[in-house]
Every structure is written in structure tokens, then in C-alpha cells.
Design a protein. Structure first.
Length: 440
């Protein structure tokens, strides 16, 4: 089912990147598809939203904004065990946000006497959070989006999720229940690219425009983010989900196989990659994958993902090369199932999240580890981070100089401006320092 790639003779990051499997994800083509949708929402507002709801979701909600009574009802009807799981996940995610992700609100540095530069860390004013509702209604994404936004101090939070015909045009009840538990009152039964356009442009009488849109979604959601970036801020362009596992012969093939299969369960384009220096482990995992897939709920979906070009077993010479390979791959989720896994994990530079040892599966991070599960994909972990409190913050520099402080550094500024042939820049300094007879 999983193809095998032998990289034991490869030696460079460039060769690894060229050889490693990736899902084909043509966002630019999808942008052409969603651009008219975004334009229609901007021009027609709620009329367009209702038309696209019927076209794409096959149901038109009575009200695009979910009534508070429906939020409360869904929370009230939650199974007690599920409610307890939700609340524990919220508690752990909020704790990590507060203890390790928050930034100082203000710091001041004095480059010289009478000179100060203050960095103010401020929350974004209003955010639109997207929660998918396609193959899997990802209620957990409510927690992953809302909690860090709240901990950042965002004053206005709106959530959108696709309407479901099964629930009378409302989003999935678990999504609505979590919104209620988290105190989010502005919730929309709007999905896909049209939801991103609604947040970006605003819709008169329904939804005010936001400053930032976050949250995962399908290729059309990603394409809408790309098309509207600049009109609105975005967190990332997240592609199909992926897992890489770096394992040696000490790994339990049942655990490795279970984690590869669990990621493939998300989507036919999901990527599951095992990197190992043990051919015996590779063979055992392959056999175990076959056994586990046959027993899974979504056999066809999982088989498609595991047999696709984005998934593979990658053979390496040793763990040193294995680390080079996983750093080149820069997985969304990276598991380390080796001897002394913590030491090996400490050498990882590129991953959205790193799961250390046999008792930290990706599934834990998806729900209740306390970490974020909104993570960079498609190699973006080489330069980007997952969704945290910092994602909802912005930095503003406040510069305060006395006349004496400007006089001290001003000649250097003037030299700099002359070198760039920007005489008005130079004059803006000299005019303050009392130079006579000079003009711009």
C-alpha cells in the first residue's frame, strides 16, 4: 500500500526535498474558481451567501447568523462525557496559551540618553475564525482558534462553519456547543470561500469586516485566503494534513501504523510518511497498516491517502540522515519514535509540532495535549509557525526622542539620507536642528 523510497545514497537537503512525497495542491487554479465567488459576496452580500449555500451546501439556513438559543441548546444537549472532554481540552489549551505563548504587553529600550523605542504588543481588533465541516466536522478547531484569540485579548470574535442539511441548515451541533462553552456569540452558518469573503468584505446588516481570518479549510478556503490577502490578514495557506514519523528498530510497529492510518483518515490527500533506518520495521509497519486499514471506518479514504504519491516509507542510512530528511520535509506533525526520543527530538529544526516517544501520538495534539493543531503544511514549517496567541497579536513601535537625542544621531541620519539621494529626508532632520538657510 505504502510505496518505498530508498534515500540511503542521497546526501543533500535539495535532493531530499525533490524526492520526498507531497500532495498535489493547485491553489492558484482554485483561486481562479473562487475569485468570482468572493467578488459576488462583496457586491451582493447576503443574497450571494444564500445562493452559494444552496449551490455548495445544498441547504439554505433560515438565518445565516446562528441564534443564541441554538448555541445554548446544543451545549445543553451535549453528552456529558463529550462535554467533559471539551472542557479539559479547553483548560489545557488555555493554560499553554497563558504560560508559554503570551508576550509582554510593552517593552522599552533606550538607545541613547533622551531616546526611547517602545514595543507595544497589541491584539488584533476583530477576527473571523473558520471551522471546517466537510468530511469531518472539526469541532476541535473551535478550541484551537478561539482560545488563543481570547488569550491574546481580541475584542471581537466571529466564527463561521458550513451549514449542514442534516441539522436543518445549522453547523454541526458540537461546533455550536463549543462556541457556547467558550462564550462566542457571533456564529455564522456560512462555509467555504464565501465565508472568507464575508469576513474580509463584511456584509451589510449581517457581519462586520474583520482584520484577520484564521482556521483550516479545503482548497477553496485556502484559495479565498490567498485571493483576499491584503484586504484581510490571514494566518496561513494550509494544505492537506500530513504526518512524518522518524523511527528506529525500537519502535512498536502497531503504534507507527496506527498513527499513519489515523492521519490518512482525514482526507484522501492526507500524507503519511515513515522515515526509518530499519528495513525490518518498515516491513512490519507495512503489514500492520494492511491489517489496521481493513478495520477502519473509512477504508476507501484511508487506502487512497496511503497509496497516493504523498505517502511513503522512506529508507535512510541511520538516524543522522533521518533527521536531515525530516528537517528537509518539515512536516506539519512529526513523531519521534526512537531510542532516547527526547534527545533526537531536540535536534529537529523544522516541524509544525513534534511528538516525542511512543506515548505522544498526533491524535493527542489534535485534541487535548494543550498544543495547537492549526499547523503549517507542505514544508512551510521551515519558515512558519502554528496558530498561537502570537498569531493574534501585532507589534507597534513608539519612538520618543528629545532634541538632544536627535542632535546626537542626526548627522548620521543626514549622511544616510544623502547616500540614498533622499534630500527631503535629510532636510526633515536638519530643519529641526536649526540649520540656517537650508531647504528641501
Amino acid at each position: 500500500m505504502l510505496t518505498t523510497l530508498d534515500l540511503t545514497d542521497s546526501t543533500s537537503a535539495a535532493s531530499y526535498r525533490a524526492a520526498l512525497p507531497r500532495a498535489e495542491f493547485d491553489v492558484e487554479h482554485a483561486v481562479d474558481v473562487v475569485r468570482p465567488i468572493c467578488r459576488a459576496v462583496a457586491e451582493e452580500g447576503e443574497t450571494a451567501l444564500r445562493r452559494f449555500s444552496e449551490q455548495f451546501d445544498h441547504v439554505v439556513p433560515a438565518s445565516l447568523r446562528v441564534d443564541a438559543a441554538d448555541l445554548e441548546r446544543c451545549a445543553r444537549d451535549l453528552d456529558p462525557e463529550l462535554r467533559a472532554a471539551f472542557e479539559e481540552s479547553i483548560r489545557r489549551r488555555r493554560l499553554v496559551c497563558r504560560e508559554s505563548e503570551a508576550e509582554a504587553a510593552e517593552t522599552t529600550v533606550h538607545p541613547a540618553d533622551g531616546a526611547s523605542v517602545t514595543t507595544r504588543i497589541l491584539p488584533v481588533g476583530r477576527v473571523g475564525l473558520y471551522v471546517p465541516g466537510g468530511l469531518a466536522p472539526l469541532a476541535s478547531s473551535v478550541i484551537m482558534n478561539v482560545v488563543p484569540a481570547q488569550e491574546a485579548g481580541v475584542g471581537s470574535i466571529a466564527v463561521a462553519s458550513p451549514p449542514q442539511a442534516e441539522f436543518g441548515g445549522l453547523p454541526h451541533p458540537n461546533i455550536l456547543a463549543l462556541c457556547h462553552l467558550l462564550g462566542v456569540e457571533e456564529v455564522y452558518a456560512v462555509g467555504g470561500a464565501q465565508a472568507i469573503a464575508m469576513f474580509a468584505h463584511g456584509v451589510a446588516g449581517l457581519c462586520e469586516p474583520v482584520d484577520l481570518v484564521t482556521g483550516p479549510g479545503n482548497i477553496y478556503v485556502v484559495a479565498a485566503k490567498r485571493a483576499l490577502r491584503g484586504i484581510v490578514g490571514i494566518d496561513s495557506e494550509a494544505g492537506p494534513t500530513e504526518i512524518a514519523i522518524l523511527a528506529d528498530d525500537s519502535a512498536d510497529p502497531r503504534f507507527v501504523a496506527a498513527d499513519l492510518v489515523s492521519q490518512a483518515e482525514h482526507d484522501p490527500m492526507a500524507a503519511s510518511v515513515l522515515v526509518t533506518d530499519s528495513r525490518d520495521l518498515a516491513a512490519a509497519v507495512d503489514a500492520e497498516v494492511e491489517r489496521q486499514v481493513a478495520a477502519t471506518l473509512y477504508v476507501d479514504r484511508v487506502r487512497t491517502a496511503l497509496s497516493g504519491p504523498q505517502s511513503a516509507v522512506v529508507l535512510v542510512r541511520d538516524l543522522d540522515q533521518g533527521l536531515d530528511v525530516v528537517n528537509a520535509y518539515a512536516a506539519e506533525h512529526l513523531e519521534i519514535q526512537t531510542r532516547d526520543a527526547a534527545r533526537v527530538a531536540a535536534r529537529v529544526r523544522n516541524a509544525g509540532a513534534v511528538f516525542v516517544g511512543p506515548w505522544a501520538p498526533v491524535s493527542l495534539g489534535d485534541y487535548s495535549a494543550g498544543s495547537t493543531h492549526v499547523l503549517p503544511t507542505a514544508g512551510a514549517a521551515r519558515h512558519s509557525s502554528g496558530l498561537t496567541v502570537r498569531s493574534f497579536m501585532k507589534a507597534v513601535h513608539v519612538i520618543d526622542y528629545s532634541r538632544e537625542a536627535l542632535a546626537d544621531v542626526g548627522p548620521g541620519v543626514e549622511v544616510f539620507a544623502r547616500a540614498e539621494r533622499l534630500e527631503a529626508h535629510r532636510f526633515a532632520v536638519s530643519v529641526r536642528l536649526g540649520a540656517q538657510g537650508e531647504t528641501a
